[in-house]
Design a binder for this molecule. Structure first.
Ligand SMILES: *[C@@H]1O[C@H](CO)[C@@H](O)[C@H](O)[C@H]1NC(C)=O
Ligand SMILES: *[C@@H]1O[C@H](CO)[C@@H](O)[C@H](O)[C@H]1NC(C)=O
Ligand SMILES: *[C@@H]1O[C@H](CO)[C@@H](O)[C@H](O)[C@H]1NC(C)=O
Ligand SMILES: *[C@@H]1O[C@H](CO)[C@@H](O)[C@H](O)[C@H]1NC(C)=O
Ligand SMILES: *[C@@H]1O[C@H](CO)[C@@H](O)[C@H](O)[C@H]1NC(C)=O
Ligand SMILES: *[C@@H]1O[C@H](CO)[C@@H](O)[C@H](O)[C@H]1NC(C)=O
Ligand SMILES: *[C@@H]1O[C@H](CO)[C@@H](O)[C@H](O)[C@H]1NC(C)=O
Length: 367
């Protein structure tokens, strides 16, 4: 039978063993890494590091490192405890570092860290306990990477997370469980990925969302009730996707957004039932293959509801088609997808833009 003393001894042994493991993590794989160090007082300076990145390697003085930029360094991966024990650090930027993998716990004991940005790297996956353990994190950005997988709960239960930017990556899906219980998120930005649909109740837990940006993705389908629970939106960006229609059931009830962007999709019409649920101040409609009676219907809806169609200056031109009449001429909007109209419209667009090299390539979805 184990005595209490034995148990205590065992506990102490295990405890000191684990302490030793942590301390013996010396990040020997981090060699000759130059970082730019920002301090509370005084000019930023560059320092070369061998080993873990932590306060004690920087200055003999007080720990006053407030930010680090690590750029153009040979860091293929960050192991557990590699960036740690920094009492005042507020921001970390890692860019152009051939980074492929970040282990769980790579960032540890950084109690004041509010911002992280990771860019221009080969990272493909964000696992759990890499970022969601950073309780003070308010702003996260990952951009220009090969990211195609974020584990469920990868950014869950982060009460301070306000802004999430994940632009110019390779995600093909969006999962609301990434953000379970991170209910103070205000901005979600997934521009320039390959996301092909929005799931139901995609933002249900996120009651404070102001901006949702899915511009420049591959969205062709929005599931029913996708926007359920979204109530305080200022802007919804869905430009340059592959929407042929937006079903009224994407909104569970009334839906309000100050700005609503649906340029450069394949829309022939917006259903009356959808417009009945929708309130906007500004809507951006350009460069969709509208059937003319359907575009007129949208304009009448705008007039009655005091909305305004806004034009994207860089994306309009006098010879660009605005809408087409379907073969079976009608004056009322026939709420059906008309592939013939779409085909002819796109062909017109191609012809009209063929010799204009200065046009923004994302004004039109021609592919
Ligand atoms: C450390 O890296 C710099 C470039 O960042 C390089 O010029 C230098 O030769 C390297 N030193 C060693 C010892 O590898
Ligand atoms: C640090 O190094 C980078 C690149 O080597 C250089 O552009 C920058 O000016 C340096 N910053 C300081 C504060 O010396
Ligand atoms: C980068 O670091 C890895 C080990 O982490 C090493 O194998 C590789 O040779 C390094 N590449 C360069 C260009 O220094
Ligand atoms: C539109 O504006 C007019 C005049 O400002 C106002 O009388 C009307 O109630 C508004 N309609 C809606 C649907 O807000
Ligand atoms: C709606 O149309 C009427 C008449 O065409 C016009 O006077 C009015 O300014 C329009 N209202 C809005 C909000 O566009
Ligand atoms: C609506 O369009 C469909 C297919 O494009 C066509 O079959 C149908 O006759 C049209 N209905 C009306 C009322 O024009
Ligand atoms: C586009 O141009 C091609 C030749 O350049 C022409 O054959 C075609 O009819 C044009 N399409 C439209 C819709 O004007």
């Amino acid at each position: 039978m184990m005595t209490l003393l034995n148990q205590i001894m065992l506990f102490l042994t295990l405890y000191s063993l684990s302490e030793r493991i942590v301390q013996s993590t010396r990040c020997e794989y981090l060699k000759n890494i130059t970082v730019t160090v920002f301090q509370e007082k005084g000019e930023p300076y560059n320092q070369t590091i061998n080993g873990c990145i932590e306060d004690i390697v920087f200055s003999e003085e007080k720990n006053v490192v407030t930010a680090l930029t690590i750029s153009r360094q040979n860091i293929t991966h960050l192991e557990k405890y590699s960036v740690r024990n920094m009492a005042y650090i507020d921001e970390i930027i890692i860019a152009n570092c051939v980074l492929q993998e970040i282990e769980a716990g790579a960032f540890s004991n950084l109690p004041k860290l509010r911002k992280i940005s990771i860019g221009f790297s080969e990272i493909k996956e964000i696992g759990i306990d890499v970022f969601n353990v950073l309780e003070e994190l308010q702003e996260f950005r990952i951009h220009n990477t090969d990211l195609d997988t974020i584990d469920k709960e990868g950014f869950a239960s982060m009460p301070n997370l306000r802004k999430f930017y994940c632009d110019i990556n390779k995600l093909e899906y969006y999962d609301s469980e990434w953000f379970t219980n991170s209910e103070n998120l205000e901005i979600l930005d997934f521009q320039f990925n390959k996301i092909n649909s929005l799931p139901e109740r995609a933002f249900f837990d996120l009651k404070k969302l102001r901006k949702i940006n899915f511009n420049n993705n591959e969205i062709s389908y929005i599931e029913p009730n996708a926007f359920e629970g979204v109530t305080t939106l200022e802007s919804l960006f869905l430009n340059y996707n592959r929407l042929k229609m937006i079903n009224p059931d994407v909104f569970t009830e009334k839906f309000k957004s100050t700005y609503f962007y649906i340029n450069a999709n394949y829309l022939n019409y917006l259903p009356k039932e959808l417009l009945d649920k929708l309130t906007v101040k500004y809507i951006s409609l350009d460069n969709n293959p509208w059937k003319c009676p359907c575009l007129e219907f949208v304009n009448r809806w705008l007039n009655v509801s005091n909305g305004t169609a806004i034009k994207s200056d860089s994306c309009i031109g006098s010879n660009l088609p605005v809408c087409l009449y379907p073969k079976q001429f009608t004056k009322v909007c026939n709420e059906t997808i008309d592939e013939d109209v779409t085909k002819e419209y796109l062909s017109n667009l191609r012809n009209a833009t063929k010799h204009k090299t200065d046009l923004n390539p994302y004004c039109f979805r021609l592919d």
